[in-house]
Design a protein around this ligand. Structure first.
Ligand SMILES: CC(C)(COP(=O)(O)OP(=O)(O)OC[C@H]1O[C@@H](n2cnc3c(N)ncnc32)[C@H](O)[C@@H]1OP(=O)(O)O)[C@@H](O)C(=O)NCCC(=O)NCCS
Length: 143
């Protein structure tokens, strides 16, 4: 399993979108618009790749020099609960730390809160709704 940074609009980006669409959008009856994908050109795309296939991915939005937002975290359905999600988060944290970021925040789907807690993320504030499902704001200080 190789940790890679994916270039926007590359072949791997297409595979990343397929995975995100299948796991995060299609179950909610949603799709990605071309405007949404265009806006992702300024975001950072990270993945775990094996045999030229994207097995896990996440998107990072640099919100400021120190603060990054993690979004669109997904692990291929055949590879869940095998440590890939944790491996991807650890690799992303290490890259972001090297690049000077000090904090990561994210909006966790309710069913994924335990996963992030296990990785040292803390929930803050009240439960809120997004794309029709309950979410919690979570954050972690790097370093
Ligand atoms: C949530 C998700 C990213 C976790 O990735 P993963 O590779 O399966 O997670 P890991 O194997 O690294 O899990 C580490 C620990 O987190 C916890 N965990 C992971 N998935 C969990 C789940 N669905 N429910 C409860 N705890 C979970 C467990 O404690 C797990 O350790 P264990 O397997 O030894 O019990 C993945 O299941 C996924 O893509 N789900 C569908 C999309 C999604 O919900 N994305 C998150 C949006 S915020």
């Amino acid at each position: 399993m190789e940790f890679v940074e994916i270039e926007w609009n590359s072949k791997l980006y297409t595979l990343e979108i397929e995975l995100r669409d299948r796991l995060l959008r299609a179950p909610l009856g949603l799709t990605f618009s071309s405007e949404e994908l265009e806006a992702e050109s300024t975001e950072l795309h990270f993945a775990l790749v094996d045999q030229d296939q994207v097995r896990a991915c996440a998107v990072i939005v640099p919100l400021s020099r120190n603060l990054a937002k993690l979004r669109q975290m997904a692990v291929h359905e055949d590879y869940q609960r095998q440590g890939l999600g944790s491996m991807l988060i650890h690799s992303i944290e290490s890259v972001l730390k090297q690049r000077g970021f000090q904090k990561i925040e994210l909006n966790a789907r309710e069913e994924a809160v335990t996963f992030y807690e296990r990785l040292g993320y803390h929930a803050a504030g009240d439960r809120f709704m997004e794309v029709g499902i309950g979410h919690w704001k979570m954050h972690r200080q790097l370093g």
